[in-house]
Ligand binder design. Structure first.
Ligand SMILES: Cc1cc2nc3c(=O)[nH]c(=O)nc-3n(C[C@H](O)[C@H](O)[C@H](O)COP(=O)(O)OP(=O)(O)OC[C@H]3O[C@@H](n4cnc5c(N)ncnc54)[C@H](O)[C@@H]3O)c2cc1C
Length: 376
């Protein structure tokens, strides 16, 4: 049998791609090395922020608008809410990268926003205690999506549509032979007309050309039981992204577990191999996060409820890779999401289906995501 498309990796991006391909009527086989879902990759930890005021680059905003729509549709189709709107705060010094970028995105794309002083922010959301030197941009469409639940949703819908999905079946290697793709796992070999690789932090294990181009980085998440939980509950507290000098923090209101979720972007800046990475959370990991909580959210600085390690997959410019393999036009790659990809999962699913089936996208300019900017 020849599959229309084989997908390697069933995390955030692979599950969305498998569903999209199955929804377009194609015969899909998706292969995952671990359980579905699991907590060893990039997509676990209950939820991920979604923001429209995109400080990273306003060119992401057309994809974001589509993402909001697709998240709502996916929730409706599966009969489960996957997108939660809480409002979003981007905070920092007036001339910080985050504040300038967020304002630029709002202005360029005519998004409604408010700028708040640290005092006004505290009045509106008393959980925040930022110094006077910081300001905040409030954008009402910020919120979060449920990560593991959305993987399960995509996989369930793809299965209903006839896709075949195998967990706990690592891909050992793949090759192109007489125009067809041969994918070998620890159990079998499969033939496909097209291959989509969405291997997350393992991408360089699966696509050797990406060694040193996509760098996996260890992250740590903390859920702290607030001393005043009422200040960090849904409805009382928004998602936020903030910059303090060269440190960036993010956090989400209490959801799914009785803790305020807090993270430090790039954590301790540790490049790792996902197969050998230290997955324990140590005192120094927690201290790096507690420092930020004590400084900006003292009412959240209560006992720990959980910590978890996770992985970013960074490119040098922190933009994604959404492209065909440089040597094989049958093979499409989605990688290098650099810690900000999850919110785009359903759009990446569409783009990967377009790349695999048509070799390009009619809906988006994928120039920002081309691989040759990184490998020359
Ligand atoms: C702590 C943390 C916080 C984040 N916060 C946000 C946020 O707020 N908002 C946001 O938009 N993004 C956020 N991100 C980024 C986002 O979560 C990632 O961009 C996204 O999860 C990447 O999905 P993926 O499918 O590429 O990777 P994964 O979900 O890891 O999927 C890759 C899959 O491929 C499988 N695989 C790899 N190799 C093989 C093989 N040989 N055979 C079979 N299967 C294989 C893996 O097991 C894995 O399941 C965050 C990331 C982290 C770590």
């Amino acid at each position: 049998m020849i599959w229309d498309v084989i997908v390697i990796g069933v995390g955030g991006m692979g599950s969305a791609t498998a569903y999209e391909l199955a929804a377009r009527g194609h015969k899909v086989l998706a292969l995952e090395q671990h359980n579905i879902p699991h907590d060893l990759g990039a997509s676990h930890g209950i939820n991920r922020m979604i923001r429209l005021a995109y400080a990273e680059d306003p060119r992401y905003i057309p994809m974001l608008r589509r993402a909001y729509r697709l998240w709502r549709e996916l929730g409706k189709t599966i009969g489960e809410r996957l997108l939660f709107i809480t409002g979003g705060i981007d905070a920092g010094a007036e001339d910080s990268w985050i504040v300038r970028g967020s304002l630029q995105a709002c202005i360029e794309h005519k998004l409604k926003f408010e700028t708040l002083t640290a005092r006004e922010l505290h009045q509106r959301f008393p959980g925040f205690r930022l110094p006077k030197t910081m300001v905040a941009v409030y954008q009402s469409q910020g919120g979060f999506v449920l990560s593991e639940r959305s993987i399960v949703a995509n996989v369930s819908l793809a299965l209903d549509l006839g896709a075949e999905i195998h967990a706990r079946e690592p891909v050992v290697d793949w090759r192109v032979e007489r125009g067809k793709v041969i994918v070998r796992t620890d159990r079998a070999s499969y033939r496909g007309a097209r291959l989509v690789i969405t291997a997350g932090p393992w991408i360089a294990h699966v696509v050797k050309r990406l060694r040193g181009v996509v760098k996996p980085e260890r992250q740590v998440l903390l859920w702290a039981q607030p001393k005043r939980p009422e200040l960090f509950e849904m409805g009382q507290f928004p998602v936020f992204y903030m910059q303090d000098g060269d440190e960036k923090f993010y956090g989400l209101p209490i959801y799914g577990t009785p803790g305020f979720k807090f993270g430090k972007y790039n954590h301790l800046k540790e490049q790792v191999d996902p197969d050998t990475m230290d997955r324990e959370c140590h005192a120094n990991d927690e201290e790096a996060l507690r420092k930020g909580i004590r400084k900006f959210f003292p009412d959240a600085d209560g006992p720990t409820i959980a910590t978890k390690t996770c992985l970013f997959s960074n490119t040098s410019d922190e933009n994604f890779i959404l492209d065909l393999h440089p040597d094989f036009s049958q093979v499409a790659i989605a990688a290098g999401f650099s810690g900000h990809g999850f919110k785009f999962c359903p759009v990446v699913g569409e783009i990967m289906a377009d790349l695999a089936l048509d070799g390009g996208s009619k809906s988006y300019d994928l120039g920002l995501f081309k691989l040759d900017r990184l490998i020359g």
